[in-house]
Every structure is written in structure tokens, then in C-alpha cells.
Design a protein around this ligand. Sequence first.
Ligand SMILES: Cc1ncc(COP(=O)(O)O)c(C=O)c1O
Length: 366
Amino acid sequence: MSVPFIDFTEQNKAIRPEINAAWEGIIEKSSFIMGPQVKKFEQEFAAYCGTKHAIGVNSGTDALYLALCALDIAPGDEVILPTYTFIATALCVSYTGAAVKFVDIEEETYNIDPQKLEKVITKKTKAIIPVHLYGQMANMDEIMSIANKHGVAVVEDACQAHGTRYKGARSGSMGKAGCFSFYPTKGLGAWGDGGAVVTNDDKVKYMVEMLRDYGRTDRYSHKMKGFNSRLDTMQAVVLSAKLKSLDHWNDMRKKVAAVYAEELKGVDVIVPKLASHREHVYQTYAVRVKSRDKVMEALKAKGVTSLIHYPIPIHLQEAYADAGYKKNDFPVSEKVCDEILSLPMFPHMTAAQVKEVANALKESLS
Ligand SMILES: Cc1ncc(COP(=O)(O)O)c(C=O)c1O
């Protein structure tokens, strides 16, 4: 039996009638841009995250970029982020003209290591971007206390962490702003691109709302040089329909992860670890194995698709050669990049499929 990396067939089947009906209504009215459904989704998503505001934008990358712009981050400033993340976390900093300052990760959670964070803070530091990787939040108590001590803003990259919690607080709700991607494969995924900024700060809300729409106050009055980065009405209804089931789908992911953990007991594989005060929603089920590339090939031969999130840390990417880092600067991230392997994971994955992957993995290791 071959096992796909992701399969949303069942998920899509359940919500399709509701979305089809809503799409008909949008087509009828031609309200493709900023239809009332966008505001409706924003209110629902803010309520879900436990924040005062949510502002829909056209991607997670833009959510991060516009949040940094709203905080006036500009050339001459520095922004701290983990080197082990998707490149977009760094790109959005570079778009502002600020310098990226990388920090290594914790080996247990793959999130930014608060112990190594404070050393990197300088007078130029304007923000810290903790990334809640794979579906588990970073150590927010320590990060917030360091940030508050130094008067630095925290912008959460929650692009992989829809609905997960730290001491009961939803991802995105603890920092000055939280940024989400609704890329189709995410825990809450659109049927195209999409993103959102959530915040309790009225100024951040005002700025992001204006920046996403050409910086305008009315149709042809422009207060600032903004962008075109709105959430499509068609996507807003997909997201509203899916949001209702997000907690249920996250629970299904946790059940899939529990079967993996059981099946992989005693096997020479490092499975995801749940840190204290946290929840893991397993947007990605990443394990660590020795001889990763060979294992991946063997899995492929058995019909199991696996992926690598991520093979190269950002400080060693060609695009960031100018940032002045070198090999061995961040040993934990570099080691994890060599061993990490993402296994199939989606809410409707059956126990039989998980067992198939686990058996294929055991055979690949032997
Ligand atoms: C950690 C992280 N940050 C940012 C992004 C960017 O989101 P998008 O693809 O919607 O621009 C992603 C998406 O993959 C991500 O995983």
C-alpha cells in the first residue's frame, strides 16, 4: 500500500457543499475583492485565536512582512530569528532592509533556544521572531521575558501552528503580532494562497489594514506607500468553513501522532517531543534518523512519500551569504538538518496507513 504525504480528500468532501454554495453567492455578486465574507472570517479567526483583531492578507510571508512594517522596522535595525525555519521568516526581515540575526534551536523542540537569545540582542534589535515549528509553540514565557526586559517586540511566526497553545494561550496571541499562512497544506489551509496577522494592538491593526490595501484611506486617497496584499473573498469562505473543524482536525492529528509514537517505540528514531505547558498539533510529523537520505530512498521504494523540513539552515543558504555566517555557527540546527525527516501526516490518516509507514521505516533502517 502506498501512502501519500498529505491527503485532504475526506476533509474537502465534508466542506465542499458549504463552500460551493458560498462561492455561488460571491460569483453572483462579483464581490471577489474585500467582500463581506473577509470581515466575517477575520472576526471568527480573531475570536478563535483570542485576540482583538485579525487582518486577512494574501500569504504568510506578507503577514510577517506587513507586521514588521507596522512596527516601523527599517534599515539599520536588527531582527532575531531561528536559522532553522522556512526561508520566508528571514525574507520578510530582509524586505524591510533590517539585518537578520540568527539563533540556534533547542534540540528537543526544534524551536529558537531562549538560552542563546539574549546574547544576540544589541541596541539595534527591534524584534524577535519565534517560529512555532511543526505545530508546537516556542518557549514563550522565556522569550517574552527577555523581549520585555530589552524593550523588543515579539512577532510570532505561527505559520505552522494554527490552534496550538502555550499555557492555554493560542499561538499568535502572545506577542505584539502573530502571523499565519493559509497555504493549502497548513492546518488551516485555503484553496489557494492566504494569510493573516492577529494582534491586540490597535496601531498594528490600523497599519496592517492600510498597508495591505495600497495604503489608502478611501478609494484614491493614499496615506502611505502600501501594497496589494488582500485575502480573496473566495478564500475567506473556505477558511470560515474549515475553521469550524480546526480543533477536531487537530485532535485527529494528535491521534495519528500517538499511533506513530506507539509503532516506533524501541526503534532507532527520535520522535517529536512535547515540551512542558505546550500542545502539539503536528502540522508536520518530523522524526530524526541516522543515514536520513538512504532511509528516504528506501521509503520511496516502498511507496511512502517523505520530505525534509529543512535540509539547509538559513545561515548556510546562498541567498544569505551576505549575512556573514559560516558552517558550525549553529551546530544544533546543522545536525538536525542532516537527520530530520517528515513522515506522512494528515487528520484522516488511518491507523493502517500509519502502521504501513512505521513498518516501511523499520525495514528501511535495518
Ligand atoms: C514557518 C513559516 N513561515 C512563513 C511561511 C510563509 O507562508 P506563505 O507560504 O503563506 O507565504 C511558511 C509557509 O510555508 C512557514 O512554514
